[in-house]
Design a protein around this ligand. Structure first.
Ligand code: HGY
Ligand code: MN
Ligand code: MN
Ligand code: MN
Length: 396
């Protein structure tokens, strides 16, 4: 099963995955998901927000146990972030059928659309829409780098965007959502465990920094006469690093847009996106305030105008304690419980549904990179653990 999905959206040079929402690679992933569902005799559907569901039992009965993750990727992402959760869900169902498990409640496997936000800049679009954390109006405003809006991209992919919006009835029919995900960090490598259970997701957000200066000739404009946004941006990036180090948090400027982006032109605009995360809200606030004040000071010194826009924010997610403890029991009480700085659909859904996460060891901890890895034995251990959890939650 894994091998069928492996080549989808893989870039031949970098070896990284480019499965951005509502593109051809995303469509290929969706076709794969539907084929897996139908090959197992599951009822396949796509919800109003483009999320895919494969049902065993009556989708309308209520009390469902749901598992799954996402299939889209960041630019040049790894093979496991997202797909490991979806592939493991189908494999865990196969394992439960092989065990002769008898389901006492509906089970569903999901692929949540546009979890990474690689194309439109907002993470977890499919699950945020379903959970009512992203309004239709705001979703209609999302645009990619070519100015294509989310609804236009959905329509071009054959989906009618008219119905996108909150899906409370669907979420009310779910008793538990369990997402298996490759660990994005090395905690399990350090404890020597193949599988862990999530305790919480750190608060995290994305801020857009616009540094507006004055375009001019790179060769004829004296330094004293410049209003150059690039050194202002550079000083802000270094300040973010320093603030995060001091606070024991993380801060990343990973994406930049420069206008006019000419080698021999002083930029008129440098736009940088900050991703910052911390174990608690107060620390995160300290870091983001420090970055913004450093940027304002640098901008004043360089005669540059600064605008900062918070584009998205996810408060700390404490996973459902009862479900988390239930998973621990079902796994024999011997799996570590760990927090994460990575956002997940489970984090978004936790506002509406009891959710839990299982992590599978990543030997280097590297993620959002073609170097992302998980050993086959650990992936098998993850499938077995997910099967044990689903059996305990949904079977006699
Ligand atoms: O950004 C994240 O943490 C997630 O991978 N979308
Ligand atoms: Mn990711
Ligand atoms: Mn992910
Ligand atoms: Mn995720």
């Amino acid at each position: 099963m894994w091998r069928q999905l492996a080549p989808v959206g893989r870039h031949p040079d970098s070896g990284g995955y480019r499965r951005h929402a509502w593109t051809g690679a995303d469509a290929d992933c969706r076709t794969w998901f539907q084929e897996q569902a139908e090959a197992r005799g599951l009822h396949y559907e796509t919800d109003r927000n483009g999320n895919q569901w494969a049902w065993l039992g009556d989708p309308l009965a209520g009390g469902a146990v749901v598992t799954g993750s996402h299939l889209d990727s960041v630019p040049d992402g790894g093979a496991f972030d997202g797909p490991l959760g979806v592939v493991s869900s189908f494999a865990a169902l196969d394992e439960l059928r092989a065990r002769g498990a008898e389901f006492t409640r509906p089970l569903a496997i999901t692929n949540f659309g546009d979890e990474e936000g690689a194309r439109f800049g907002l993470a977890c679009v499919g699950s945020r829409l379903a959970a009512g954390q992203l309004t239709r109006e705001a979703a209609y405003e999302l645009r990619d780098g070519d100015g294509i809006t989310l609804p236009q991209a959905m329509e071009a992919a054959g989906y009618d965007p008219a119905a996108i919006g909150p899906d409370p009835e669907r979420l009310a029919r779910i008793d538990a959502f369990v997402e298996l995900h490759v660990e994005q960090g090395r905690a399990l490598d350090l404890t020597g465990d193949p599988v862990g259970v999530a305790s919480a997701i750190w608060p995290h957000g994305r801020w857009r920094y616009d540094f507006r200066g004055e375009a001019n000739h790179a060769g004829t404009t004296r330094l004293v006469d410049r209003r150059d946004p690039m050194p202002t941006y550079a000083e802000t990036v270094l300040a973010a690093r320093r603030a995060a180090e001091l606070a024991g948090a993380v801060a990343t400027f990973g994406k930049i847009a420069v206008e006019p982006n000419g080698v021999n032109a002083i930029p008129s605009l440098v736009r940088g996106w900050l991703d910052s995360r911390a174990a608690d809200q107060a620390t995160l606030d300290t870091v983001t305030a420090a970055v913004e004040s450093a940027a304002a000071e640098a901008a004043a010194r360089h005669g540059v105008d600064l605008t900062v826009v918070r584009e998205s924010f996810t408060p700390v997610v404490e996973f459902d304690h009862a479900l988390r403890d239930e998973l621990g029991k079902l796994l024999g009480g011997r799996v570590p419980v760990l927090g994460t700085g990575a956002g997940h659909d489970a984090g978004i859904l936790s506002a509406a549904v009891p959710t839990a996460m299982l992590f599978v060891r990543n030997p280097t901890g590297v993620s959002h990179s073609p170097a992302e890895r998980a050993e086959e034995d650990d992936c098998v251990a993850g499938v077995r653990a997910l099967a044990d959890v689903l059996e305990g939650l949904a079977c006699r």
